[in-house]
Ligand binder design. Structure first.
Ligand SMILES: [Zn+2]
Length: 318
């Protein structure tokens, strides 16, 4: 517990100091945590409220799969899952499991544990990169993964965020009301058409999230491997055709693109290709077939119906 508290302070400290150098923040690329048969094939928010990555990092983050990050940390934790750690006791007693222990074929790329996210730094509470969820949610995702594999053997699920400590949700909210110009180094990549000051009001950032209950997951369908950008800002509009791409199927936008184009059915004026629509529909269909409820404003966000989303936990991910 002492360790956990100390890490939280350290992470917050990083947050305060990193804003001054965010223009060159780097992170570890996702690891090749792909199913063995795919490894050689060649990528806040979550605002729903009531419903609403072993390669070595080259950038100083230096973590690999199964490596326990150091506690001194002028370094960001890698985005790669860590399978060697037990689930924190308080979460285990609340019914949480590590998704990777339930279904290893699901790729994990925990964006808030690294710097490639809308804040340009790790979020509070993300001491290590791992996907923790309520057991029933993880088991439902296991079924989704199996169904997906039947239809497209080269496709697999990739999660971007799972259980989110409440302190991270609060971190997002606090970030949204600060006016540190350097933060805007992430703007084009994550909120190209919405002023930072409006992200909260427009629902892209909220003060509470069902992610904190372990009932909600952000994910996509992926194929092959492709590292996410090594540096931010990368200055690519997250909803544009030339946006930075990871190994996710083409959904029309990147994950956490706070934009109307991320709505499952975007309003008039936003055009999706037939393939992009089909990819979104494929994800939605297979998730809903196993009890997940979609969120209209974010194609990547799903809540497991029947899961108690009212319980919001604030245990750091260690
Ligand atoms: Zn979400």
């Amino acid at each position: 517990m002492q360790y956990g508290l100390r890490r939280v302070v350290v992470v917050i400290g990083i947050g305060l100091s990193v804003s001054a150098c965010v223009r060159k923040v780097t992170h570890a690329p996702p690891a090749s945590n792909l199913p063995m048969n795919l490894a050689s094939d060649d990528s806040r928010g979550g605002t729903s409220g009531s419903n609403p990555q072993g390669q070595t990092g080259h950038s100083g983050t230096g973590a690999t799969t199964n490596q326990v990050p150091h506690s001194d940390t002028d370094q960001a934790p890698a985005l790669v899952r860590n399978q060697s750690l037990p689930v924190p006791a308080e979460l285990a007693s609340a019914g949480f499991v590590d998704l990777s222990a339930i279904e290893p074929s699901i790729s994990t790329e925990m964006r808030y544990a690294g710097s490639y996210n809308f804040m340009g730094r790790p979020a509070a509470g993300y001491g290590v990169a791992r996907c923790l969820l309520k057991q029933k949610v993880a088991e439902a995702l296991q079924e989704v993964a199996r169904d997906l594999k039947k239809d497209a053997a080269t496709h697999f699920l990739k999660v971007y965020d799972c259980y989110r400590p409440d302190r991270a949700v609060k971190d997002f909210a606090a970030w949204s009301v600060t006016s540190v110009p350097e933060d805007e180094g992430t703007q084009k990549e994550f909120y190209p058409r919405t002023p930072k000051s409006e992200l909260f009001a427009k629902g892209y950032i909220a003060d509470s999230s069902t992610h904190s209950s372990g009932c909600t997951v952000d994910l996509t369908i992926a194929s092959g491997s492709m590292p996410i950008p090594a540096e931010i800002p990368v200055s690519k509009d997250c909803a544009s055709g030339d946006r930075n791409r990871d190994n996710g199927l083409d959904m029309g936008t990147n994950f956490d693109c706070f934009d109307l184009a991320s709505h499952f059915a975007p309003p008039t004026g936003v055009t999706l290709s037939i393939q992009q629509k089909q990819n979104r529909e494929t994800l939605r269909k297979v998730m809903m077939a196993h009890g997940f409820e979609p969120f209209e404003k974010e194609w990547w966000h799903f809540y497991l119906k029947g899961c108690d989303g009212s319980q919001r936990l604030d245990v750091a991910i260690e």
